[in-house]
Write a protein that binds this ligand. Structure first.
Ligand code: BMA
Length: 361
């Protein structure tokens, strides 16, 4: 009973905190975003989902073959959630920064929602001032320059329109919008992207996020679930976290990008501290929590998933999902039959609290 009351009050907190999206099309009909938030809230009581970036396009030993999936070929099920990246849409490119045609991204995103899955989009836009990549950090005035009053503002609004135009095409057959988790301006506490910590003041970063939210929400008011994810920090103080937090009124899902790049000990200590801090923040503020990117590059440690990663994510308060990054040949992070972690991942899959597509359909 206590549990039921807790869940009921959490659901209410979630509804209240996502006030804007709780607005209904009619008295009874939740918006697609609100329905997805409620679905995510219900699912996290059951367990947490496996998500994978670019799952349908390529894997550890193959590329651009339709109908394949490293996840499916290992465990006989698709990821519950699939991630795709919009980098390049702002340039009018036909393919994204990782050479995936946008037409194919649209097709797979729609297919995944139609079969009961959930989709999330990230965005690694080019540098609007220098024309370089998202990783071009040679100019620390970029964010300032694209905000209202800045030289590149109009141009950047055009970029947001390009993102919006693409997201608008993710629809059901009747033309109504599908729910989408959108996660722009990620890893902002590092300084490897042009919107990073040393490249913008806290106020500039927050203004960038809010401008993005306002502009896209004007055109897509009902179907976007907004996610914001810093990178693994290893410690968070409320003050440090809040200094760049875009705001509870516009964010629905608190994420963290959590890779093991260094030693296992460092990863476990830092990631545990972070997921506890962030998921507690999410809980107290009526938000969802997920590990929005993760993995250990090229899976060198055979039991990494169940021995190292699982205990970390299970320290979090009701995590929704974890999303290993793409399986791009010699640069891969997710599950696959072709890597050393294959058997261990099958054990992870078999746990009652890990959810794949069939568990959420
Ligand atoms: C990074 C790397 C890049 C890629 C980018 C966007 O983490 O995988 O190779 O271009 O993500 O997917």
């Amino acid at each position: 009973m206590k549990k039921i009351l807790l869940f009921a009050s959490l659901a209410l907190a979630l509804m209240a905190s996502c006030g804007k999206k709780a607005q209904t099309d009619s008295e009874t009909q939740p918006t697609p975003a609100q329905a997805l938030i409620t679905r995510l809230d219900n699912l996290r009581q059951k367990g947490y989902m496996y998500a994978h970036q670019d799952d349908p396009f390529y894997g550890v030993t193959w590329q651009w073959e339709r109908g394949r999936s490293d996840t499916y070929e290992l465990v006989g099920d698709y990821p519950a959630l699939m991630g795709f990246d919009l980098g390049g849409i702002e340039m009018g490119d036909a393919k994204n920064l990782d050479s995936v045609p946008f037409t194919w991204i649209r097709e797979e995103a729609i297919k995944h929602v139609e079969r009961g899955g959930i989709i999330t989009f990230s965005w690694h836009p080019r540098n609007p001032r220098t024309g370089g990549t998202a990783w071009d950090v040679t100019d620390s005035t970029v964010v300032r320059n694209i905000l209202p009053g800045g030289e590149q503002h109009e141009k950047f609004i055009g970029w947001l329109d390009a993102v919006t135009a693409f997201l608008k095409t993710i629809t059901y057959k009747d033309g109504s919008p599908m729910p989408i988790i959108f996660r722009p301006w990620h890893e902002y506490n590092g300084s490897w992207f042009w919107w990073g910590e040393k490249l913008s003041t806290p106020d500039e970063y927050k203004a960038l996020f809010r401008m993005t939210y306002d502009h896209i929400t004007k055109q897509l008011p009902t179907n976007i679930v907004w996610s914001c994810s810093p990178n693994l920090q290893g410690y968070w103080t409320e003050e440090a976290f809040l200094s760049r937090w875009p705001g509870d009124d516009i964010i629905d899902l608190v994420g963290e990008d959590c890779y093991q790049w260094g030693t296992e000990e460092d990863f476990v200590r830092q990631a545990t501290t972070d997921v506890v801090f962030l998921s507690t923040y999410a809980k107290e503020h009526g938000k969802l929590f997920a590990i929005t990117e993760c993995g250990m590059q090229n899976s060198p440690v055979a039991d990494w998933w169940t021995r190292v990663f699982k205990p970390v994510i299970e320290q979090a308060y009701l995590p929704s999902y974890f999303l290993p990054w793409r399986n791009w040949h010699a640069d891969h992070f997710g599950a696959s039959k072709d890597v050393a972690t294959a058997d261990d991942f099958k054990n992870y899959y078999a746990q009652p609290n890990t959810l794949f597509l069939k568990d959420i359909q």
